[in-house]
Write a protein that binds this ligand. Structure first.
Ligand code: FAD
Length: 483
């Protein structure tokens, strides 16, 4: 079997890895993608393995969302074995950063233990989402404990931004995604069935009901039995150039900034984060393991989310400013003395309906994997396992078809729910960015103003019996998303 995998982020490489582990002598696996990895979401990621800490009020109410959560929960359980397999396969080729790795957890670039803090930096949407996390932890019997914010290691927020409640989830962890990609690159590079090509794909060519060739930007033409398009946020761009005559909802660029700092006097040992808020993931601060010999004093601060129809290379200055301020004010005021190591800009692949696009297409040998938005790193062991089963014609849970790339956009929210949620998140975002209302009816008036604007937008785009996902509002407003 010859498989061409287009893309070289966590999704593409984890599929390549699982395929390589099952391959026999005559199999070929080609991974094509630029080694620069411009806009890679993976390299900018936290990369937190969160299921419960990501829960929001109302986010587990539909069967679809419960299924997505089930997969997320499964991913957490799959990571230790998956990581061990990668370490074993890389063997003596492990990169320096992983050279003394003890595996999962706590052996190197991966560790577990997440504190969720409920502070007053934004508005009471945080309280609702925090309550939803607690309710889910209880409902699913997930180990956790309520803790005093004062007992959280390296947690020293400014007085006005201190938490009133906090909890600790021992099983939710994080990776250094750079080391993970280096590790996967190393394991794949030494495998006899795998070949890397340092070039983006330009387009795909069809022949009847099959994809015939992937044409790379360097002019190379690749034929194969199977093609896997996993180029992250650029998937729609490649499909538009390919003219395959299939309808696949658009993937947008969820431009996210994260910031790596070095904090020698105030290093983190655990992840500290808020609940999701204001159309994004709140503020999080994650220990960032870099090498086995130096002090473990790097921390990743994240993250912003700015949705765009086209790539944005530099990120927004305002994103950098608000992440730094939030980390200093809400996690540890001593971070003002830390050293800046790097600002990452990654493009979260975000579909129009905000659910992932994962699976086969009308072309029997084309699989598309994108739209993983905020949790593609965490989900990669599950996604790669399903994809390899698809390639080998093995049965997979039929519920997974809900993510079929050619589906009509899922309309998960009613108009009323979507508008209520959007108003709530927009006001939460305002508070995060320093909103200080006058002592009159201003908050209520603002909510009414948002509500009126959102009703008009829904009318304009014909969203009468369905609701626009709140993070997609601008994409509908400016005509980038089609009804
Ligand atoms: C700031 C930030 C924080 C995040 N935090 C988390 C987190 O804590 N936990 C989590 O699970 N997820 C997180 N995510 C989301 C996660 O990073 C993504 O869901 C995941 O990395 C997507 O993987 P991917 O391989 O599809 O895309 P990418 O990682 O973007 O990889 C796509 C690759 O394809 C290459 N490529 C692009 N165009 C082409 C082309 N034409 N041909 C060939 N190759 C091409 C790119 O160079 C890139 O290397 C975060 C994302 C961001 C931006």
């Amino acid at each position: 079997m010859k498989t061409v995998i287009l893309g070289n982020g966590i999704i593409a490489l984890s599929v390549a890895f699982r395929l390589a582990m099952r391959s026999s002598e005559n199999d070929e696996i080609i991974v094509a993608g630029p080694t620069t990895r411009t806009g890679s979401a993976t390299l900018a990621a936290g990369a937190m393995l969160n299921s419960f800490a990501e829960i929001e009020a109302g986010s587990l109410e539909s069967e679809l969302d419960l299924y997505r959560f089930e997969l997320s929960h499964l991913a957490t359980r799959m990571w230790p074995k998956f990581e061990k397999e990668i370490i074993e396969a890389a063997g003596s080729s492990l990169p320096y950063g992983c050279s003394k790795c003890q595996g999962f957890p706590g052996g190197g670039c991966v560790d577990i233990g997440t504190y969720v803090v409920n502070n007053t930096a934004a508005d009471d949407l945080d309280d609702e989402n925090y309550d939803a996390i607690v309710a889910a932890l209880d409902a699913f019997d997930e180990p956790f404990k309520h803790v005093s914010p004062r007992d959280i290691p390296n947690y020293m927020p400014e007085q006005r931004h201190r938490a009133t409640r906090a909890l600790y989830i021992p099983n939710e962890g994080w990776f250094n995604p750079r080391l993970m990609l280096e590790k996967l690159d190393a394991a794949l590079a030494k495998h006899p069935s795998v070949k890397f090509i340092d070039s983006p794909v330009d387009r795909l060519e069809k022949s009847g009901l099959q994809i015939d060739t992937a044409i790379l930007e360097n002019g190379q033409r690749l034929s194969a039995d199977h093609f896997i398009l996993a180029t992250g946020a650029t998937v729609s761009h490649v499909l538009n150039k390919s003219d395959l005559g299939i309808e696949i909802q658009r993937i947008f660029y969820g431009v996210g900034v994260s910031i790596e700092i070095q904090s020698p006097e105030f290093p983190h040992t655990k992840c500290i984060r808020t609940p999701n808020r204001g159309l994004a993931c709140g503020i999080y601060t994650v220990p960032y393991f870099t090498n086995p010999d130096g002090p473990n004093d790097h921390i990743l601060l994240g993250a912003s989310n700015y949705l765009s129809p086209t790539p944005i290379h530099g990120g927004k200055i305002s994103s950098v400013e608000s992440i730094l301020n939030a980390a200093i004010q809400q996690v540890n005021f001593n971070f003002y003395r830390a050293n800046l190591v790097r600002v990452n800009v990654g493009w979260r692949p975000t579909s129009q309906d905000t659910y992932p696009l994962l699976g086969k297409t009308s072309y029997s040998n084309l699989i598309i994997l994108s739209g993983t938005k905020r949790d593609g790193f965490h989900m990669s062991p599950v996604i790669s396992e399903k994809v390899v089963a698809m390639l080998y014609g093995e049965p997979i849970d039929e519920r997974f078809e809900v993510f079929s790339p050619e589906r009509k956009p899922i309309r998960a929210l009613t108009r009323k729910e979507a508008i209520a949620k959007a108003v709530r998140h927009q006001i939460s975002a305002n508070y995060q960015h320093g909103f200080n209302p006058a002592q009159n009816r201003m908050p209520a008036q603002l909510a009414e103003m948002y509500q009126d604007g959102l009703e008009r937008l829904h009318d304009q785009v014909g969203a009468i019996d369905w609701g626009i996902p709140p993070e997609m509002l601008d994409m509908y407003r400016y005509g980038h998303a089609l009804s």
